[in-house]
Write a protein that binds this ligand. Structure first.
Ligand SMILES: NC(=O)c1ccc[n+]([C@@H]2O[C@H](COP(=O)([O-])OP(=O)(O)OC[C@H]3O[C@@H](n4cnc5c(N)ncnc54)[C@H](OP(=O)(O)O)[C@@H]3O)[C@@H](O)[C@H]2O)c1
Length: 287
């Protein structure tokens, strides 16, 4: 069985290597073909177009930026014609409604569809320790569990739409926790409290989350280069969450505040930097 991987950005590239190292027969495609060169040199088979990938593979994993990218790549007439009899596993972060709409469009072509968004970033994709949230049927889960296990631990969450919902709920925590931590960190810095003392007290308390230590160094050093998860994708996910949560009648004003912070980070030219860059917006700009 041949597995295709569409989208070799930060995550897709790491996932392709992990699957290849696990002896999965894999072929990769990326819109910017030059990004495939390192994978080709490592022995991974490359497709030069989406339709070449789909026609050669039984199952295609999507690790693309968003739903627009998926439609651009997969639902053009030439590629859509090749979908019949295949399975699409959508692993990027999109909205539940977008995933359900894709399911309709893709199954109409005689192709199976399930979603499997992930928690974890590039290091977890490299070590095969992602948390893989599957939206689909028990039968689909049983069929694809072994493949997904190479990338991490699969959980069957429910029907298509449920796993993307869970993924957005978790990413809401990423943005809210990072925003809350940034505000306290910049407050103690500004007031002249020792940052290590702040961290020691925090680490010993129920308020601590491991993500604080993961982002501390970047924030203190104001170094957001070589991102694993860029600001632009966190803004995308924040907006997806806001849209869904508003339609469910939730009060989202705290997260709307973080949307504004992320937008300001964009304006500072930090869209492609690590999302810890939202600290640049929150920190004091007094002299
Ligand atoms: N990075 C993380 O830690 C992480 C963790 C969990 C989930 N995710 C999610 O997983 C997805 C991929 O993340 P990533 O970090 O790998 O993103 P990325 O590095 O920005 O890669 C995005 C991929 O999508 C492709 N793409 C974008 N627009 C396209 C279009 N219109 N047509 C065709 N291809 C297009 C890009 O192709 P080009 O190379 O040609 O631009 C690239 O292959 C996103 O939904 C993200 O939110 C990311």
């Amino acid at each position: 069985m041949k597995i295709g991987l569409m989208g070799t950005g930060l995550m897709g590239q790491a996932m392709a290597r992990t699957l290849f190292a696990a002896d999965v027969s894999i072929m990769a495609y990326n819109r910017t073909l030059e990004k495939l060169d390192p994978l080709k040199q490592e022995g991974i088979e490359i497709a030069d177009s989406p339709s070449a990938l789909v026609s050669s593979c039984d199952c295609i994993i999507l690790m693309l930026a968003d739903a627009t990218a998926i439609k651009d790549v997969l639902l053009s007439s030439e590629t859509a014609k090749q979908l019949s009899g295949r399975t699409i596993i959508q692993m990027g972060t999109i909205a539940p409604r977008e995933s359900q709409q894709l399911q309709e469009q893709i199954t109409a072509q005689g192709c199976d569809y399930l979603e499997a968004p992930v928690l974890g970033s590039v290091p977890q994709a490299q070590s095969g320790s992602l948390q893989v949230m599957v939206g689909g049927t028990q039968q689909q889960f049983d069929q694809w569990q072994d493949l997904l296990s190479h990338l991490g631990k699969p959980f069957l969450v429910g029907a298509v739409g449920k796993a993307t919902t869970l993924k957005l709920a978790l990413n809401q925590l990423i943005v809210s926790l990072t925003g809350a931590f940034s505000l306290s960190l910049s407050f103690v810095q500004q007031e002249g409290v020792d940052v290590e003392t702040f961290m020691e007290v925090l680490r010993g308390s129920a308020l601590y989350a491991p993500t604080f230590d993961k982002k501390l160094k970047r924030m203190v050093n104001e170094d957001y280069s070589n991102p694993n998860f860029p600001t632009k994708h966190l803004l995308k996910d924040t907006r997806l969450f806001l849209e869904e949560a508003k339609s469910e009648g939730l009060t989202v004003s705290s997260l709307q505040g973080m949307e504004t912070v992320l937008e300001a980070a964009f304006d500072l030219g930090l869209a492609d930097e690590d999302y810890a860059a939202l600290f640049e917006v929150i920190k004091s700009h007094k002299n």
